[in-house]
Design a protein around this ligand. Structure first.
Ligand SMILES: NC(=O)c1ccc[n+]([C@@H]2O[C@H](COP(=O)([O-])OP(=O)(O)OC[C@H]3O[C@@H](n4cnc5c(N)ncnc54)[C@H](OP(=O)(O)O)[C@@H]3O)[C@@H](O)[C@H]2O)c1
Length: 335
């Protein structure tokens, strides 16, 4: 939006570029008046986690189509917000651990993409933020959760369930997103699998449900853009393909033309590293991740091996298969 206002202010269509970009228009041109009236009717969306794996792709998806909405990127790091602003983006500092940053960041926000990190702090953080959102007059919260059955024994699944119940009780319209295992969180490494020839799964040779970040982002961006009139009270599930690690390795091998193998492992190495993990809230999340992998390894996560493609329902195209993801990912490595 900032960019559009700058363009409208500085562009005199009677002057040829490059000189026209330097001329400021007063009194306002029709273009400026048009932008001002557009701004008045636009829904402001605040996107948390905008620098992270999922949130950055939500921003990209909204960049491709931001009809009727203004997008504001949130980060806990002031230097990142400053860099984004320099790049012409709307950006605010919102530190989930500092509730005093909430009111300013939420000012004027009509829709909120609520993403928390890999930490049990999500409980306190989300509760405080939802309370602030009520005060700020937020109309719609879109929450990134997990592929819950709402009857799972893993703590981090239950934390997400509790956060969602709290959002529902707040009176704010809500939409909950439920991705299964995020493909990039397992398969995207530096150096990439095409160099190492191997990736690791910690749940033995048992199947897991997969969804790529672009699909989650496409659903999130569509819901945020279309708003509560269309999506209030909806749960969207994303588990596009159910595959074992070795099955994924065969798909990656075919797509890359290089031999890629799966190191079929268990969570004991991650478990051994737990005592060194700090802070305790991150350790608590990772303990829960270890528990999830053990249950998967022992075939006790049947609710998570279901197929659900709400990408099709929300975005109007099917979710991305592992083969399609691999082809796109390997092509991107050569760009
Ligand atoms: N991995 C999986 O398979 C999987 C599956 C289902 C659901 N999930 C869920 O996905 C979520 C994580 O998403 P992700 O993978 O995109 O995470 P990520 O890549 O680790 O990004 C975390 C984001 O949180 C922001 N952040 C960190 N500390 C913050 C703070 N104090 N205040 C405000 N923002 C903060 C970071 O931005 P700044 O540093 O710029 O602030 C960053 O953009 C978790 O809730 C997890 O349960 C993961």
């Amino acid at each position: 939006m900032l960019r559009r206002l700058q363009e409208a202010l500085f562009v005199d269509e009677r002057i040829e570029p490059p000189a026209r970009t330097r001329r400021c228009q007063f009194p306002p041109t029709a273009a400026l008046e048009r932008v001002i009236s557009e701004v008045a009717t636009m829904a402001k969306i605040l996107v948390l986690g905008a620098s992270g794996r999922v949130g950055s792709q939500v921003i990209q998806a909204l960049d491709r189509n931001h009809d009727g909405v203004e997008v504001v990127m949130a980060t806990s790091r002031p230097e990142v917000a400053a860099r984004w602003r320099k790049e012409g983006r709307s950006a605010v500092v919102l530190d989930l651990n500092s509730p005093e940053t909430f009111a300013h960041a939420l000012r004027g926000a009509e829709r909120l993409f609520l993403l928390t990190g890999y930490t049990s702090d999500m409980l306190h953080q989300s509760k405080m933020l939802v309370d602030a959102a009520v005060v700020a007059g937020v109309a719609h919260i879109v929450h990134l959760g997990v592929f819950t059955s709402r009857k799972d024994p893993m703590p981090h699944f239950n934390w997400h369930d509790l956060v969602e119940s709290y959002i529902e009780a707040s009176g704010i319209a809500w939409t909950h997103l439920h991705p299964n295992v995020i493909t990039e969180s397992v398969l995207v490494r530096d150096p990439p699998v095409t160099e190492t020839g191997v990736f690791t799964v910690l749940c033995g040779d048992k199947p897991q449900g997969w969804v790529c970040t672009a699909d989650i982002a496409a659903v999130a961006a569509t819901v945020l853009r279309e708003g509560p009139e269309k999506h209030a009270g909806a749960n969207y599930w994303m588990s596009i393909e159910v595959l074992t690690g070795p099955e994924v390795a065969a798909i990656l091998t075919a797509a890359s033309g290089r031999q890629i193998t799966c190191n079929v492992s268990d969570p004991s190495e991650l478990e051994a590293a737990l005592p060194q993990m700090n802070p305790g809230s991150v350790r608590a999340y990772m303990e829960s991740a270890v528990m999830t992998m053990r249950l998967t390894q022992h075939g006790q996560m049947s609710a998570q091996t279901a197929l659900r493609d709400d990408v099709l329902k929300v975005v109007g195209r099917p979710g991305t298969t592992m083969k399609q993801w691999a082809q796109q990912y390997f092509a991107s490595l050569h760009r």
